[in-house]
Ligand binder design. Structure first.
Ligand code: TMP
Length: 199
C-alpha cells in the first residue's frame, strides 16, 4: 500500500530511532517500505545536507531555503515518488514542515512565504500522515546534552528550542498531523502509529 509518512519534531525527540522501529514493524507484516530523510535521501541532497548543516557554510536565510528546496525536489523525484509508485510506504525523517518551522518561523522568513514557494514549486506535495513528536523543552535539553555529533541546530540555546515548539504548534492544525508524546516507550509509540495507519 503506498502511503507517504513524515516524522517531525524538535531536536532530540527520537524520530530517527522511531522511524527504524516502524520500518521493522511494517516489514514484519509484509508491508514494503523505505526510510529516508531530509535534508537528504539522494546523493545530491546528502551533499547539500552537509553544506546546509555545516556551521561554517556562508549562506544567508534565502539561500538556505533554496538549497533545502533543491534537495527536496531531487528527493521527491528520485526517491519518494518512484517508491510510492511501486506501492511502498515511504517514511521520511523530516519533510517540508521542517522548513516551515525552522526557516519560516524560527529564522523569521515567514511561514506563508515558504508554503507558497512549496505549493508553487513542488506541486502541493504533502505527506498523507505527519507524526509530530513532542517533548517538553527541559526533556529536549537533557537529551541533547548526551548527543555526540551535534549539528548547528543542536548547539543552539533554550530560546531556539522554545521557538521550534511554537513553530510546530502554529503549523500543525490540519488533519494530516498526529501528535505523539515522545516520552512514551518505543513500542507504545509504534502501536499508536500503526493503528493510525490502519494496521
Ligand atoms: P535531524 O537532526 O533531525 O536529521 O535534522 C537536521 C536539522 O536540519 C534539524 O536541526 C532541522 C534542520 N532542518 C531545517 O532547518 N530545515 C529543513 O527543511 C529540514 C528538513 C531540516
Amino acid at each position: 500500500m503506498s502511503i507517504f509518512i513524515s516524522f517531525e519534531g524538535g531536536e532530540g525527540v527520537g524520530k530517527t530511532t522511531q522511524a527504524k522501529f516502524l520500518s521493522k514493524s511494517l516489514t514484519n507484516i509484509n508491508e514494503e517500505n523505505i526510510i529516508t530523510r531530509e535534508p537528504g535521501g539522494t546523493e545530491l541532497a546528502e551533499k547539500l545536507r552537509k553544506l546546509i548543516l555545516n556551521n561554517k557554510t556562508n549562506i544567508n536565510n534565502l539561500e538556505e531555503i533554496l538549497l533545502l528546496m533543491a534537495a527536496r525536489s531531487n528527493h521527491i523525484n528520485n526517491v519518494i515518488l518512484p517508491n510510492l509508485n511501486k506501492g511502498k510506504i515511504v517514511i521520511s525523517d523530516r519533510f517540508a514542515d521542517s522548513t516551515f518551522v525552522y526557516q519560516g518561523f524560527v529564522n523569521k522568513f515567514g511561514i506563508p512565504k515558504i508554503k507558497k514557494l512549496h505549493d508553487q514549486l513542488l506541486n502541493r506535495f504533502y505527506p498523507n500522515y505527519t507524526f509530530l513528536f513532542k517533548l517538553t523543552t527541559n526533556e529536549i535539553i537533557s537529551r541533547l546534552k548526551n548527543r555526540k555529533n551535534k549539528n548547528k541546530y543542536d548547539k543552539l540555546d533554550i530560546k531556539f528550542h522554545l521557538s521550534v515548539i511554537k513553530g510546530y504548534k502554529k503549523i500543525s492544525n490540519s488533519k494530516r498531523f498526529i501528535n505523539i508524546n515522545a516520552s512514551l516507550s518505543k513500542l507504545d509509540k509504534d502501536k499508536i502509529i500503526l493503528k493510525k495507519l490502519g494496521f
